[in-house]
Design a binder for this molecule. Structure first.
Ligand code: PRX
Length: 634
C-alpha cells in the first residue's frame, strides 16, 4: 500500500494532473503494484455513448489473491479482521490474514462441493459476522458472483433480488442480534424461498443455539459443510472484466438496479482510494461502521482495506446498545485510529448527553470519515470537536454504489478539509457541473448537476440484465458523460459540496431509497387508489419520507390504516422505508400529461410553501390548497 500513497498536497496536484493528461499511463502504474495472474494488453477502452467501459483487458486477476495470498509472507500474523459482537460481554474475535486465508479457501470448497462454479450467482443475506466476509471472499475466490442483500430487507425484497439475477444458492444465518432484539433471518429467508425457483442450496450459519427450520435436501448448516471441505483452494483465473459482484441499489422506477462490478478495475480502484483517502500507517486500526450489505461495506470494510493489508473492524451491533456510548467504547477498547461513519449516526449521537463520549478515551483516533449523505455544518463541528478533539482531519467522502469507490474527498492530512464539502476530486476523477440544458458550467462559485467526464476503474459496468436501463439512467442526461443524479456546488477554489439528489431517490439515514418502490408497496393496500412519496428534511435521518395517499371512497382514514400502510412498506421493502408521515388526500397535483408534480409535494412536506412556483399548468390546481391546509395537521 505504501507505494500507492500520495504524501503531500503538491504530490496530489501532480498525480491529479497526470491522471487527466494521461489516464492510461497513470492507472497502469498503479495497477502494476497488484498481483496479476496475467498482465493486461490494453489499459482502457471506453465509449460513454454506448455505454462501454473496459479496464485492463487481457489481464487476469483474482481479488482474493490481492486481499489474502500476497500478504501471507509479510503480514500472515497480522490481524485482518477484528470482530466486535453486538453484546459487549461476548468475546471479540481476532482473525489474522493467514487464518482468514484458510477460512476463505475452505468455504470456497464448500461452495464448489455444492455445485457452485465460476459465473454462478450466490445471494448472501447475513448479519455483520466474520462469516459474511468469508462467504463473500469465498465466492470471489472461485469466481462466483455474490449478491449481498442487506439483512434488514424483507422477504419480498430478497426474493426480487434473487430472481432478478437467478441466484443458485443462498447463504444466511439462523438468527441475528440487533441491540436487545433477536431477528430470525432464516424465517425471513424461508418466506422468500417460496418464490425463488432458481435457488438449489441454502447454507445456514448458526449464530444462536435456537432450533432452526431446515428443509431436507436444500438446507445445510455451515459447520457441517466445513467438515466435508478441504482447505486448499487455488484462486480461479479471472479476466479483468469478469463479474465480481452484483449489488442492488434503488432506482427511480420500482425495480431495484443490480449494479455489476468487475474484478480488475474494482480491485485497483478501491485499494487506491482506500490508501489515499485514509492514509493508514502500519499498525493502525480502521473501523467503518457501515453494513456490508451496502457498497460502503463491500469497498471499505472488506475489499479495499484487505487488499491494502489493513486491520479492519466489523461491528455486529448498533450505536445505541447497550447505551449511546457503544461506538466510543469500541474505539477506546480496540484503539481505533480511523473511524468512518454516516452523518445520520453522528446526528443521532450528537443528541445524546456528552457523558457518553467523555466516558471513553478517544486519543487513539487520527482520522474521521463521513459517507452516504451530505453532512450538515452542525454535525461536522460536533464530530470534529467532540470526537476528533480538533486533531483529526474529517474526510467527507462522496461516492455511490455505481462508482464502486470514493470519487470526491479530502486525503487525510494531505489536502485541506472544509466543513460540509467533499472538497476535491481524487486523481482519475473528472467532475463536471452541468446546467439543465446540458451545457457544462465552467465557472467557480456555481451550482449544477454533477456529472463525470471520464471513466475511472471501479465504475459499474452495467445494470444486471438491463444494459438499456443503464444507458438511460446514467448516460442519457448529458452527452458522453456519466450522470450521478446529485446536485453540487463548486466554490471559489474548486471544492465540491454535494447538495443532494435531483431525482426521485431519497437518502434516509444514509440509505438510498427509491420513492417508486415505496409507492408500489403502498398501492398494494386494498384501500389505496394511488400514492406519492417524497422526502422532507429530518434532523437526525437527514431526510424522512412523507406519503400522500388517495383512498377509495368507501375507505375511512384511521390510525389503524396508517399502521397497516407502514407495516406493508416494512414487509415489502424493509423497516427503513417506512414513511414518517402519511397524509390522506383526495387527489394529487398532476400535470396535463398525468405526471405527479413532486416538486410541489416536496415543498408542502418540507413546510416550505412560500413559493410553490407556477401551479396554473396543473390539471387540478385546487388540490394544492386543500393538501396544504390539511398538511398542517399531520
Ligand atoms: O446522494 C449521494 C449520497 O449518496 C448517494 C449514493 O448512495 P449509495 O449508492 O447508497 O452509496 C452510499 C455510499 C457511498 C449519492 O448519490 N452521498 C454519498 N456520499 C455522500 C453523499 N452525499 C453527500 N456527501 C457525501 N459524502
Amino acid at each position: 500500500m505504501e507505494n500507492l500513497k500520495i504524501r503531500s498536497f503538491a504530490e496530489y496536484k501532480k498525480a491529479y494532473k497526470k491522471s487527466v493528461q494521461d489516464p492510461e499511463a497513470f492507472w497502469s502504474e498503479i495497477a502494476n503494484t497488484f498481483t496479476w495472474q496475467k498482465k493486461w494488453d490494453k489499459t482502457l477502452e471506453w465509449d460513454f455513448r454506448k455505454p462501454e467501459v473496459k479496464w485492463f483487458q487481457g489481464g487476469q486477476i483474482n481479488i482474493t489473491e490481492n486481499c489474502l495470498d500476497r500478504h501471507l509472507k509479510k503480514l500472515g500474523n497480522k490481524t485482518a479482521i477484528i470482530w466486535e459482537p453486538n453484546d459487549p460481554d461476548e468475546e471479540s474475535r481476532y482473525i489474522t490474514y493467514r487464518q482468514l486465508f484458510v477460512k476463505v479457501c475452505r468455504f470456497a470448497n464448500v461452495l464448489r462441493n455444492n455445485g457452485i462454479k465460476k459465473g454462478d450467482k450466490v445471494c448472501i443475506y447475513m448479519p455483520m459476522i466474520p462469516e459474511l466476509a468469508i462467504a463473500m471472499l469465498a465466492c470471489a475466490r472461485i469466481g462466483a458472483v455474490h449478491s449481498i442483500v442487506f439483512a434488514g430487507f424483507s422477504s419480498s425484497a430478497i426474493a426480487r433480488r434473487i430472481n432478478d439475477s437467478e441466484c443458485k444458492m443462498l447463504i444466511t444465518a439462523n438468527e441475528v442480534y440487533r441491540g436487545s432484539k433477536k431477528v430470525n433471518l432464516k424465517e425471513i429467508c424461508d418466506k422468500a424461498l417460496e418464490e425463488t425457483p432458481s435457488i438449489e442450496k441454502v447454507i445456514v450459519y448458526r449464530r444462536t443455539v435456537e432450533p432452526t427450520n431446515m428443509v431436507e435436501g436444500r438446507d445445510s448448516f455451515w459447520f457441517d459443510e466445513l467438515q466435508k471441505a478441504s482447505q486448499d483452494c487455488e484462486a480461479e483465473i479471472m479476466d479483468a472484466e469478469d463479474m465480481l459482484f452484483i449489488l442492488y441499489t434503488s432506482g427511480s422506477t420500482g425495480k431495484p438496479k443490480g449494479m455489476v462490478h468487475t474484478v480488475g478495475g474494482y480491485t485497483v480502484g478501491t485499494t487506491y482510494t482506500f490508501a489515499n483517502v485514509f492514509q493508514l500507517e502500519k499498525d493502525d486500526v480502521y473501523w467503518c461502521t457501515a453494513d456490508i450489505g451496502w457498497i460502503t461495506g463491500h469497498s471499505y470494510i472488506i475489499y479495499g482495506p484487505l487488499a491494502a493489508g489493513a486491520t479492519t473492524v466489523m461491528f455486529e451491533g448498533i450505536p445505541s446498545y447497550p447505551d449511546y456510548g457503544r461506538f466510543w467504547e469500541i474505539v477506546d477498547k480496540l484503539n481505533v485510529t480511523h473511524f468512518y461513519t454516516a452523518p445520520t449516526a453522528i446526528r443521532s449521537l450528537a443528541k445524546q448527553p456528552l457523558k457518553f463520549v467523555e466516558q471513553h478515551d478517544l486519543s487513539s483516533l487520527k482520522v474521521l470519515g463521513s459517507v452516504g449523505e451530505p453532512i450538515n455544518e452542525e454535525a461536522w463541528h460536533w464530530y470534529n470537536d467532540n470526537i476528533g478533539k480538533g486533531n483529526c482531519p474529517i474526510v467527507d467522502t462522496w461516492w455511490q454504489t455505481e462508482t464502486g469507490g470514493i470519487m470526491i474527498s479530502p486525503l487525510a492530512g494531505i489536502t485541506p478539509t472544509r466543513p460540509t464539502f467533499a472538497t476535491l476530486p481524487l486523481p482519475g476523477v473528472q467532475p463536471a457541473l452541468m446546467d439543465e440544458t446540458g451545457n457544462e458550467i465552467k465557472e467557480l462559485n456555481a451550482d449544477g448537476r454533477l456529472a463525470i467526464k471520464f471513466p475511472w476503474p471501479s465504475i459499474a459496468r452495467t445494470i444486471y440484465g438491463d444494459h438499456q436501463r443503464y444507458k438511460e439512467v446514467y448516460f442519457s442526461a448529458f452527452e458522453n458523460m456519466y450522470f450521478t443524479g446529485d446536485g453540487a456546488y463548486r466554490d471559489a477554489t474548486g471544492n465540491y459540496r454535494i447538495t443532494g439528489r435531483v431525482d426521485d431517490i431519497v437518502i434516509v439515514s444514509g440509505h438510498n431509497l427509491g420513492t417508486a418502490t415505496i409507492e408500489n408497496a403502498i398501492d398494494e393496500h386494498e384501500g389505496v387508489v394511488e400514492s406519492a412519496v417524497v422526502g422532507f428534511p429530518h434532523d437526525v435521518k437527514g431526510n424522512a419520507l412523507y406519503a400522500y395517499v388517495i383512498l377509495y371512497n368507501d375507505v375511512e382514514p384511521s390510525d389503524k390504516l396508517i399502521k397497516e400502510i407502514k407495516d406493508l412498506v416494512a414487509n415489502t421493502v424493509g423497516p427503513i422505508a417506512k414513511p414518517d408521515k402519511i397524509q390522506f388526500v383526495n387527489g394529487l397535483p398532476k400535470t396535463r400529461s398525468g405526471k405527479i408534480m413532486r416538486r410541489i409535494l416536496r415543498k408542502i412536506a418540507s413546510n416550505d410553501t412560500g413559493n410553490l412556483g407556477d401551479t396554473s399548468t396543473l390539471l387540478n390546481p385546487e388540490i394544492v390548497d386543500e393538501i396544504m391546509a390539511e398538511a398542517k395537521n399531520i
